[in-house]
Write a protein that binds this ligand. Structure first.
Ligand code: URA
Length: 274
């Protein structure tokens, strides 16, 4: 369908998509062309100056807010909002109303968690993909199926784990979340763990491990080494970084190492030091 857009409309749209591009958001479709001349034009919007500012200089945070995109609040705000949530339902509601992560604009829906919040094990992954964005639940696509099989291999069924992500909205095209997107979601991810208080935390992939443990090492160095995540005002929780199942789908030869890590988790669950 082609819309009857004036050259002015197209300029405004371009300034908006420029801002989207800067925020790492992919355009879903090319911009429509301006209406061919000859068709009646809508009356021009009043200009504040005879010389309109170039499109790029109008793609400001103020313009973005005016266009309905919330500017990210300072992280203290996000932390305070997350800290006020006293239950998982309240945390989910707080995230639903949170506009600090630009991914919310392009995602279909919030992807919060699945599984049993009373489980001994909480798995935290990276960010939802396409299937998760459609279903509204984490790890339901191919990598989620592998994750379920891996956990099943050490006797953990759907009721024995609680699963979520560091980032709660799908990055466009399943790209990696940016540092800003991770930082915008981190207070909620940390509060999530604090509310669930699992006995053991499994961090699936480098992004989950680095952002929850606040380290820069790669997953190859981190995996299989027990560490601790200490929620604000809470007791330390033993945390085990493991390879992300999506990585194992691409590199099945690494499954032997993933199996070692699962056995280490099983030993801890069985009360043995691993
Ligand atoms: N990968 C993740 O890290 N999380 C999901 O929910 C799905 C795929």
């Amino acid at each position: 369908m082609s819309l009857p857009l004036s050259p002015d409309d197209v300029r405004v749209l371009k300034s908006l998509t420029h801002w989207w591009e800067q925020a790492g958001i992919e355009p879903l479709a090319p911009l429509p062309e301006a209406r061919p001349s000859g068709r009646p034009a809508r009356p021009a919007a009043p200009q504040r100056s005879d010389t309109p500012a170039p499109a790029s200089s109008r793609a400001t945070p103020q313009a973005a807010r005016a266009a309905g995109f919330g500017a990210p609040p300072p992280h203290e705000d996000a932390r305070a909002v997350a800290a006020r949530a006293g239950t998982l339902d309240a945390l989910k509601a707080a995230l639903t109303g949170y506009d600090g992560c630009t991914l919310k604009v392009t995602a279909t829906r919030l992807v919060f968690a699945r599984g049993n919040p009373e489980a001994r094990v909480m798995v935290v992954g990276e960010a939802p993909g396409r299937e998760e964005d459609i279903a509204g639940a984490p790890f339901v696509g191919r990598s989620g199926q592998l994750l379920d099989r891996m956990l099943g291999a050490i006797g953990l069924g759907p009721e024995d784990v609680y699963i979520s992500n560091v980032v709660f909205w799908r990055p466009p095209g399943n790209r990696k979340p940016t540092d800003a997107e991770i930082a915008a979601c981190r207070p909620f991810a940390e509060r999530h763990i604090a509310l669930v208080k699992p006995e053991f935390l499994v961090l699936a992939g480098g992004i989950a491990a680095q952002s929850m443990l606040r380290v820069n090492d790669g997953i190859t160095a981190l995996r299989g080494r027990w560490s601790e995540f200490t929620p604000e005002g809470g007791a330390p929780i033993p945390a085990l970084p493991v390879y992300h199942p999506a990585f194992l789908l691409r590199r099945p030869q690494e499954k032997a190492r993933a199996w070692e890590d699962l056995l280490s988790l099983k030993a801890r669950l069985d009360g043995q030091d691993a």
